[in-house]
Design a protein around this ligand. Structure first.
Ligand SMILES: [Zn+2]
Ligand SMILES: [Zn+2]
Length: 407
């Protein structure tokens, strides 16, 4: 299939319209309004849920399975420096992760699928999701029934990626990114005069020792084949050079891919912190805020979709390595066989070379045609039964992230 020019032109125009007015998580009123306007124009039934989420349904006239297609709609608190003529008109807010393009491509796919309803098998649920960058819109959408009516058999998403050249897409079977959990440490001691350390309990050396010791989780306590990242991103403490600090606070993130490894990180960190604090005569507390689980791509789905694309398209399909980023599509993929597809938008010519979340981020809009094509192919393949998938992840307990968001 070569996506029709007018579909792509329309998708690009919508992407620019969304790009000019970026909205943060659960504030996507304007963006959801654009989605509703377009779906109404196309005659596609739709409903609002999870505040700014929109679910549309394309019903094929032939019997078949139900494909879910998910796009996120939110922007980031970044001051745009892309130099694009349609750059953000709202200072401090920017579509720096490409979610504007995700939304526009899903609307493009909706346009193609709605036009071919008489030949389309099954149904397609269009999932326009708020707040992917936080606090997370996928779970509220699911809890509001986004996957239930009609029940989704297999679900896919696209994410633009400036590591892959325009014209290519990529996906892998199994875990393709990471669980991203935050942690906060507070170390308490007794303040005092810098010249009389014996009258105080200094938290600074304790914090320094803790920073180094926590690296042991990754370096010595984890299976080298099961990736773990422990990063301390912030340290704050102390008053001035001649005062012993009574408190130091540290903030950081754990990244992991294996559910068992992830479940052990808090316990290991707590043990290390208790030991270090005790050695230095301080007290340490740890708070872990659990984020999204890793996305686990269904292996049968990945393989079957790859061969379907080889038979029905000229798309170049890569096998990119996993990343340690987070993505709340994981929750959809825990409930139905799922596939996270990376869409190549790298182009030196278009200046599309900066990574997502950069203020200079640009994406090559020539990639949008391939994204629409990929989404349409997924819906056609799943609906007709030509793209197969494994059992629902939760039914087999193989669904990756088993840890709740907050604990
Ligand atoms: Zn992002
Ligand atoms: Zn993103």
């Amino acid at each position: 299939m070569i996506t029709e020019v007018d579909v792509v032109q329309r998708a690009i125009a919508i992407r620019r319209e969304i790009h000019r007015f970026p909205e943060l998580g659960f504030e996507e009123e304007r963006t959801a309004g654009i989605v509703e306007r377009e779906l109404t124009d196309l005659g596609i039934e739709h409903r609002r849920l999870a505040k700014t989420g929109v679910v549309g349904i394309v019903r094929g006239e032939l019997p078949g399975k139900v494909a879910g297609l998910r796009a996120d709609m939110d922007a980031l608190p970044v001051l745009e420096q892309s130099g694009e003529p349609f750059a953000s008109e709202l200072p401090g807010k920017m579509h720096a992760c490409g979610h504007d393009a995700h939304t526009a491509m899903l609307l493009g796919a909706a346009r193609v699928l709605q036009a071919e309803r008489s030949r389309l098998h099954g149904a397609v649920v269009l999932l326009f999701q708020p707040a992917e960058e936080g606090p997370g819109g996928a779970l509220p959408m699911i809890e509001a029934g986004a996957m239930d009516d009609p029940p989704i058999d297999a679900v896919a998403m696209l994410h633009v990626d400036t590591r892959l050249p325009t014209g290519s897409i990529g996906f892998t079977a199994g875990v393709c990114n990471a669980a991203a959990d935050e942690f906060y440490i507070t170390i308490d001691g007794v303040g005092g005069h810098a010249a009389s350390p014996h009258t105080a309990t200094d938290t600074i050396p304790c914090a320094a020792a803790a920073v180094l010791a926590l690296q042991n989780i990754a370096a010595r306590e984890s299976d080298p084949f099961k990736t773990v990242v422990v990063t301390i991103g912030t340290i704050e403490g102390g008053y001035r050079h001649n005062i012993i600090a009574d408190r130091v606070k540290l903030g950081g993130t754990f990244r992991s891919q294996d559910p068992e490894v992830r479940a052990g990180l808090e316990r290991k960190a707590r043990r290390i912190l208790d030991g270090i604090a005790s050695a230095y005569g301080c007290r340490a507390s740890l708070e872990v805020i659990y984020g999204y689980p890793p996305v686990v791509n269904d292996a049968v789905l990945a393989e079957s979709f790859r061969s379907y694309l080889a038979q029905t398209s000229t798309l170049s399909v890569e096998t990119p390595p996993a990343t340690m980023g987070g993505e709340d599509f994981a929750y959809f993929a825990e409930r139905a066989p799922g596939l996270m597809v990376r869409l190549g938008v790298r182009s030196e010519r278009a200046g599309s070379i900066h990574p997502g979340h950069s203020p200079q981020f640009r994406l090559d809009e020539d990639g949008l045609a391939f994204g629409v094509e990929t989404l349409v192919a997924f819906a056609r393949g799943v609906g007709s039964g030509r793209v197969e998938y494994g059992p629902p992840p939760n039914a087999t307990g193989s669904g990756g992230g088993s840890v709740d968001r907050k604990m």
